[in-house]
Design a protein around this ligand. Structure first.
Ligand SMILES: CC(C)(COP(=O)(O)OP(=O)(O)OC[C@H]1O[C@@H](n2cnc3c(N)ncnc32)[C@H](O)[C@@H]1OP(=O)(O)O)[C@@H](O)C(=O)NCCC(=O)NCCS
Length: 375
């Protein structure tokens, strides 16, 4: 291919992908000063003007001529807004890479650019396009998810940037795949009612979360928690909630005091991608010792039930059935289920591992969307 004559222009009338020109050197250099750009890509740091010159006037034209990489300038709002490239590999499979200028982010630019690029790759005979990103690059992951990339896996130390190995996410889309999001990427809606606020967990909740999970009663009934429960455990839990949402697996709320915003407890609906029943969810919770005995959890669970049974198109989780389990002897937890209209489904014998190495009986409960009294 000749550069720039043979570079195809791709457009959806909002975003245009075209051949780079020397006028893009300056804005490309500016984009590469962005700390996010340096964190999530392999560009040299510090990034100097000569790097941009070399990339645009040597590397990119050579890529087109030799067929080793096809890089387009992304034009948005009449300006250079970033670069996206396809790197063909053997066997009709290749990889995609992209970056957009900070000023253009959050406008759907990269989603559009990726849709155009993937469509072009399949027109050119590719069978599969692979996307890779360092773990934690949620913006990139969401763009890939929106464009239908799927079967995401995490490869420990799978990536490398400037000589340092990094954990990496990898996902792909095949020619015949529907280019639509696969599975849910849940949000954590803010719910305020009857003296209780349900909101997303934040890093500032880690201290109260550690207190709550170091409490003897919490540790007794939630035998899977590390003992002692450290600040790092709390931070890891808070951090892992994003993965939970993005994978469609579950939603966790902080239960907060509406006046002080202090953490009173935690409530989750999880197992939302259950292999056998994708319409169910399991409710789980714990309360900070200071918040117990005043109906906080019963109210919080009522809110979660409402959100769980709300159809997906109305912003809810679209659940048909909720389940809840409490170990024998955990009266307070069983009470929360009962006051919220759950029906006891029986006792599973020796089903709940205890901290002393033994097993307790486990009381099961369920609630159907069609049950009387469910709003
Ligand atoms: C990642 C990046 C390409 C996203 O570009 P963008 O044009 O802002 O993406 P879009 O506007 O198409 O956003 C798509 C979705 O991702 C969401 N998103 C964007 N950044 C996000 C972030 N940091 N965290 C969570 N979601 C994010 C957007 O809200 C949007 O979702 P919505 O439509 O449901 O609101 C851009 O932030 C970037 O260039 N980052 C630095 C370089 C980089 O990381 N490249 C990818 C290397 S693998």
């Amino acid at each position: 291919m000749r550069f720039p004559e043979d570079v195809p222009t791709l457009t959806d009338d909002v975003v245009t992908l075209r051949a780079h020109t020397v006028a893009d050197i300056r804005p490309a250099y500016d984009v590469c000063q962005d700390p996010e750009m340096q964190r999530w890509t392999t560009i040299p740091v510090p990034y100097e003007r000569q790097h941009a010159e070399q990339y645009l006037t040597e590397f990119i034209p050579a890529g087109w001529r030799e067929g080793s990489s096809w890089a387009w300038a992304i034009e948005y709002d009449g300006r250079y807004a970033g670069t996206i490239d396809l790197r063909p590999q053997d066997g009709n499979v290749g990889e995609v890479g992209f970056a957009v200028a900070p000023w253009a982010r959050g406008n759907g630019v990269m989603t559009r650019a990726l849709q155009l690029t993937v469509g072009h790759a399949f027109e050119q005979g590719w069978d599969r396009v692979i996307w890779r990103a360092y773990v934690g690059n949620w913006g990139s992951r969401r763009v890939a998810w929106k464009c239908g990339f799927r079967n995401l896996v995490m490869i420990p130390a799978g990536g490398v940037a400037r000589g340092v190995r990094k954990d990496e996410w990898v996902a792909s889309i095949a020619r015949d795949d529907d280019p639509q999001p696969q599975g849910h990427w849940w949000k954590v809606p803010l719910i305020e009612t009857d003296g209780v606020r349900l909101r997303a967990l934040r890093s500032t909740d880690a201290k109260r979360l550690t207190e709550a999970c170091n409490d003897e009663r919490t540790l007794e009934w939630l035998a899977g928690l590390p003992k002692p429960y450290q600040l790092e455990d709390a931070e890891g839990f808070i951090e892992s909630r994003l993965e939970n949402l993005a994978s469609g697996e579950g939603v966790t709320w902080a239960i907060a005091d509406p006046d002080t915003d202090d953490l009173l407890g935690c409530v989750s609906v999880f197992d939302l991608t259950n292999r056998i029943d994708k319409t169910m969810g399991e409710v789980g919770y714990w309360a900070h010792p200071e918040a117990r005995g005043r109906g906080v959890m019963s109210t919080a669970v009522r809110c979660v039930i409402g959100h769980s049974f709300t159809p997906v198109e109305d912003g809810g989780l679209g659940r048909r059935r909720l389940v809840l389990f409490a170990a024998e002897g955990n009266t307070a937890s069983q009470r929360v289920a009962e006051v919220n209209g759950f029906t006891g489904t029986g006792v599973a014998r020796a089903a709940s591992p205890a901290r002393d190495g033994g097993f307790r009986n486990l009381h099961g409960f369920d609630l159907l969307r069609t049950d009387a009294g469910v709003p």
